[in-house]
Ligand binder design. Structure first.
Ligand code: SF4
Length: 350
């Protein structure tokens, strides 16, 4: 790994220490933060309210971290998939999903993923590296449609809580007054359920939470999500029961429906038992075929019946619209294996 230093991604404490080193007053840290996170300028020579000598020293010391996407794919439904090169030379993808007044960016937190979920193209690729806060934020700053964005979902490549330090830093920059100033209610983080990191996320942020569930039975879930063996969903549900999801913060459970494997009456009964006492919603997701996978999505009628049965049992259930399937941007399809053939670290997390 290189020793190159980047200014983008630093928090006020680090910027204040830097200002101390440069002999600048403390308030200069706020000025730098404003350039970085409000004006989206990382080139120190353009920070016109800093003394010229300090600008020069910053420019000599820090390399640029922000870079435009290298490739764009456009779906017939308007979704766009962007390919970004990371600072370490790997590749990641983000999906921009316009929908009327709303425009959502699906952000990646890792180049690849080591969780090994059987239904996911990113999981097959293995982990190349976790993204720094700057690499996470670059997907947003350098997005051509940045100013149209209304929502962010951390549902792209990678498991965000397998990179908790950098993801939490990115969230802090996004939601702080000294940072981008976004409301946390515009952000959702999706996790496979990395239990040790959940309290930290829930106590240090107010973002919405989505938990990838996909099967309520431990053995069946472990067969498609190896993370179940390290952090059983029953323990995750127990932990979540201790938090309040009624005020401003929402929790949803994501459920890729696999025909005949997780959509039977037995699964419905167990889902009700598992989620009892958690004020939540279930988001049903169509399975998008990846080469060689043995799974199938049920037809639309069966999806609707499954949704209606769960709703009748008292769990608010919705079906997520599939977007960008024709450009491999839909749920579970993001992969940069072709762009980064040397990804390593393949296999389940633990
Ligand atoms: S579904 Fe998410 S956690 Fe599972 S392998 Fe894919 S990216 Fe990783």
């Amino acid at each position: 790994m290189s020793n190159t230093e980047y200014l983008y991604g630093k928090n006020p404490t680090e910027l204040a220490a830097l200002c101390g080193e440069l002999g600048l007053p403390r308030f200069a840290a706020g000025q730098i933060a404003r350039w970085l996170y409000r004006r989206h300028v990382e080139e120190p020579r353009r920070m016109s309210d800093l003394p010229a000598a300090a600008r020069e020293r910053l420019a000599e010391r820090f390399a640029p971290a922000l870079a435009a996407p290298e490739r764009t794919s456009v779906s017939a439904d308007g979704t766009k998939k962007y390919l970004y090169r990371t600072l370490r030379g790997a590749y990641i993808e983000s999906a921009y999903i316009p929908d009327g007044e709303r425009a959502t960016l699906c952000v990646s937190s890792q180049a690849g993923c080591r969780m090994g979920c059987a239904f996911c193209a990113t999981g097959r690729q293995g982990l190349n590296h976790s993204l720094s806060a700057a690499e996470i934020l670059n997907q947003i700053v350098s997005l051509p449609e940045r100013d149209r964005l209304t929502n962010l979902v951390f549902m792209g490549m990678g498991e965000p809580l397998d990179n908790a330090d950098n993801v939490l830093r990115a969230l802090e920059i996004l939601t702080s007054d000294w940072g981008w100033g976004w409301s946390p209610t515009r952000i959702t983080l999706s996790t496979a359920g990395i239990a040790p990191q959940l309290p930290r996320l829930l106590e240090s942020t107010r973002v919405h939470l989505a938990v990838s569930l996909h099967n309520p039975f431990p053995e069946e879930r472990a067969a498609i999500m190896p993370v179940e063996r390290a952090y059983p969903i029953r323990e995750v549900a127990e932990l979540l029961r201790r938090y309040d999801f009624t005020h401003q913060r929402r929790i949803s459970f994501e459920y890729i429906v696999l025909s005949g494997l997780n959509d039977t009456p037995r699964h419905i009964r167990e889902l009700c038992r598992l989620l009892n006492g958690i004020k939540c919603r279930i988001n049903l997701i169509r399975f998008h075929k990846i080469p060689g996978s043995p799974f199938f999505s049920p037809g639309d009628d069966a999806m609707i019946r499954f949704r209606d049965t769960l709703t009748a049992k008292g769990i608010q259930t919705t079906i997520r619209a599939s977007r960008g399937e024709d450009i491999q941007a839909a749920c579970g399809l993001l992969s940069t294996e072709a762009a980064a053939p040397h990804a390593n670290g393949r296999g389940p997390a633990r």
